[in-house]
Design a protein around this ligand. Structure first.
Ligand SMILES: Cc1ncc(CO)c(N)n1
Length: 224
């Protein structure tokens, strides 16, 4: 069994919970409250700015030109394709690019992005991959699952989201991350593997918390 197969199997209970979250389910059946989606889309944009930086750090930590180029490709596709989807949604909601870029991160968004960047900046390439893999992998799986729901990808609001994350292009990038994680885990000590598992578990948990934060539109406590 490969390292990623082991992680996938071990964390299935949490992954199932992610897929079953009402935010995800309601995107699939088209009943999701648009204000929840609007909140999600703004927070996800803020998330993706730091997520892009993770790929830039990946390019720095890559040990060969092929992987370095792939991280550069991921950086480019995140900033110019994935974030373009959010910019399109923002336009539909009447939110300007500037507003989007300067939005305030919620507590969960801040905790999640900072944890990822901490792991990327202070850890090995394998640790960076362990932090980023649940993001790419779970979105790809959720995209594919929602794409199976009859009519879901034709929904006037959520259809584009489903098409993006179930796309072959997104799937290929996720697949590349899975393979690189397995290569990077090769020959690592038990202790190091344990560390990778812990990081993977934590970002998997953060994925759940991100859906939940968006569903409840959770922001900072107010002074009132
Ligand atoms: C929170 C989150 N995780 C993963 C992805 C996939 O890129 C995303 N856009 N947002």
């Amino acid at each position: 069994m490969t390292f990623t197969e082991h992680l996938y199997e071990k964390l299935q209970p949490i992954w199932r919970k992610n897929h079953a979250h009402p935010f995800v389910k309601e995107m699939g059946d088209g009943t999701l409250d648009q204000d929840k989606f609007r909140f999600y889309m703004i927070q996800d944009y803020i998330y993706l700015i730091d997520y892009s930086k993770l790929f830039a750090i990946g390019a720095v930590k890559a040990t060969n030109l092929e992987d370095m180029g792939k991280f550069a490709e991921l950086l480019n596709s995140t900033m110019n394709e994935e974030m373009a989807l959010h910019r399109q949604y923002a336009e539909r909601f009447g939110i300007s690019n500037e507003e989007l870029e300067n939005a305030e991160a919620s507590p969960v968004t801040l905790a999640y992005t900072h944890y990822m960047l901490y792991s990327a900046q202070n850890g090995t390439l394998a640790e960076l991959l362990a932090a980023l893999l649940p993001c790419m992998w779970s979105y790809w799986e959720i995209g594919k699952e929602l794409n199976e729901v009859p009519g879901a990808c034709d929904h006037e609001l959520y259809g584009e989201w489903i098409k993006m994350y179930s796309s072959e292009e997104f799937g290929e990038l996720a697949q590349w991350c899975i393979e690189l994680m397995d290569k990077a885990a090769e020959g690592k000590s038990e202790e190091e593997l344990q560390k990778l598992e812990e990081i993977f578990l934590n970002t998997t948990r953060y994925e759940y918390m991100f859906w939940d934060m968006a569903y409840n539109r959770e922001m900072w406590p107010t002074d009132e």
